[in-house]
Design a binder for this molecule. Structure first.
Ligand code: AMP
Length: 249
């Protein structure tokens, strides 16, 4: 195949403790470390592996966000992506608007395959890949744990309740990645240096003429209740009594 497009999102780093904004409208990202969404990193790794196996000629990464998002686009290029597109906006778009913007990129780039993360771990929406496939009217396979390209077909194994399901999709197609698909590589210093010279095109979101009107209203965001401290028991009877008292058995 000629080209794979991989949309990637920047999210709060998984090692940071989320802090809810005082007005309860979301997570406060000021001063926090931001990183590539883990499922997007897996998507980049898979696309780069397909290229290394000679099954794809070019990998293009795209992100919608502020200019800060260039960091993860450079990281993806250090992993092996060939070039990057930044659709610049200060407003984080909802999944439908994101899918429409990626649809516009697909119209320009004409890829054979779009590989997305199954979900972005900030909002856990798990919507963009499905909406994109629907907008494009392309076949889709979500939650891929294995992928194999064979001519104009991609075989995707999905982990479903009680086993595995394998689907054969005719390209062009949309695939979303699950955790077990691969283990993303660490970027070597020479590759980080090389990535600095790879092309990164920045376009303002307005250039795409996509309706970004918000359709969802966040009513509240709250932190999980702190967990009560544990208690060490000395006998099995004591454990059973405690579990009974807690209503667990
Ligand atoms: P979501 O539907 O928000 O859980 O996101 C699923 C996937 O859509 C992510 O793993 C990315 O591949 C893609 N995606 C979501 N938001 C963006 C964004 N702002 N820029 C690029 N890709 C995105």
């Amino acid at each position: 195949m000629k080209k794979i497009v991989v949309p990637i999102k920047m999210v709060l780093d998984a090692n940071m403790r989320p802090r809810v904004k005082e007005d309860g409208t979301g997570v406060d990202l000021s001063g926090m470390k931001l990183s590539i969404n883990p499922f997007c990193e897996i998507a980049v790794e898979e696309a780069v592996q397909l290229k290394e196996k000679g099954q794809a000629e070019e990998v293009v990464v795209v992100s919608i966000g502020t200019s800060k998002v260039q960091d993860i686009l450079r990281q993806a290029m250090a992993m092996g992506a060939d070039r990057a597109l930044l659709i610049e906006t200060d407003e984080a778009p909802e999944p439908l608007a994101t899918a429409k913007l990626i649809q516009a990129i697909v119209g320009e780039e004409n890829p054979d395959l779009v590989v997305l993360g199954k979900q972005a771990v900030d909002d856990d929406c798990n919507q963009t890949g499905q909406m994109l496939a629907s907008l494009l009217d392309w076949p889709q396979a979500t939650f891929a744990s294995a992928m194999q390209v064979d001519g104009d077909t991609v075989r995707v194994t999905r982990e479903v309740d009680g086993g595995h399901q394998t689907l054969a999709l005719t390209l062009p197609a949309v695939v979303t990645t699950d955790l077990r698909l691969n283990e993303p590589r660490h970027c070597s210093l020479p590759n980080i240096m090389k990535a600095r010279k790879k092309p990164l095109a920045v376009t303002p979101v307005a250039a795409y003429g996509v309706d970004l009107t918000r359709r969802l209203k966040v009513l509240s965001v709250t932190s999980p209740k702190p967990r009560a401290a544990g208690r060490r028991v000395t006998t099995a009877q004591e454990l059973v009594a405690d579990l009974r008292a807690a209503g667990a058995i």
